[in-house]
Design a binder for this molecule. Sequence first.
Ligand code: ATP
Ligand code: FE
Length: 322
Amino acid sequence: MILAIETSCDDTCAAVVTRDGEIRSNVVSSQGVHARFGGVVPEWASRHHLELVNLVVDQAMEGSDWDDVEAVAVTQGPGLVGALLIGVATAKGLAASRRLPLIPVNHLQGHVAANFLGGFEPPFLCLVASGGHTFLARVTDHAGYETLGQTLDDAAGEAFDKGARLLGLGYPGGPALSKLALEGDPTAFKFPTAAKVAGYDFSFAGLKTALLYKVRELGDDAQRLKADLAASYEHAIVEALILRITRALEHEADPRIAIGGGVAANRLLRERAQSLGVPVHVPPHALCTDNAAMIASAARYLEPTPYPDYLALDAYATKRAA
Ligand code: ATP
Ligand code: FE
């Protein structure tokens, strides 16, 4: 069994997963405290991880025996460096005290590996869209992937959140905006999908600005047309995602798609993906949003670092190839 810890953002996560991908536990403690600030406050996130991480690990280990744990895995990056360090230090301590090996895992590789837990095996195209990341990858084996495209500015979930904020819908705004969109007309307004960006890269900053200008232009009418604005805005985000997937699918001999990250919960995105006429895999919601089971899943295919070589291991904040 592998015990994994994930603390890259505001969720404190630990999970126990067997070598063949059976999830024994998958504990997530979400920090509701950030909602009132309209976003994650890094220093608060770190403090909460520190308070919660041992409890979360204990809960994940309930019903499992330490003697059956063969390695400790941990998210090394990318993410908030102070938050990551809590996970890395905890994982080192747990592993070192038992002389177990440590497996550092790239967070994005974790999102990709969430699909393996459901038996969805490479090759496939994988879209990961969350509050912090948006990228499209070609997954040809379990231990890595080729990044085809990524966002040049905002993440798709961030675009949902910023749009929701402009429409006065609170944080995190994706679910609220999507709900309101159900009552609106997606063709009422035409928002940009950055279709001119060649290849597979995404850009959502222009879309957000377009919504801001439209709301200003509408003035008092914006309130009355809120559902139409939400529907049109959601439509643009989803079409931007689908456009890149469609471009990439053209080059696939065996076209299949996996979608992960919090935005995978979006109803329209799922419907549109399913309408492309190729197999689509979306992991259960708990494996799409940040969790440690996906980190354990990725760790199964990576080389463990033996004790004590990992004691100098550091977290990294910025994106690196997995
Ligand atoms: P990370 O980026 O590190 O993976 P995160 O906490 O930012 O972590 P997730 O928890 O994976 O991201 O996802 C949260 C994001 O997903 C938010 O931006 C939220 O608005 C968006 N989201 C959640 N549900 C929906 C939905 N139904 N429609 C659109 N967006 C959604
Ligand atoms: Fe994530």
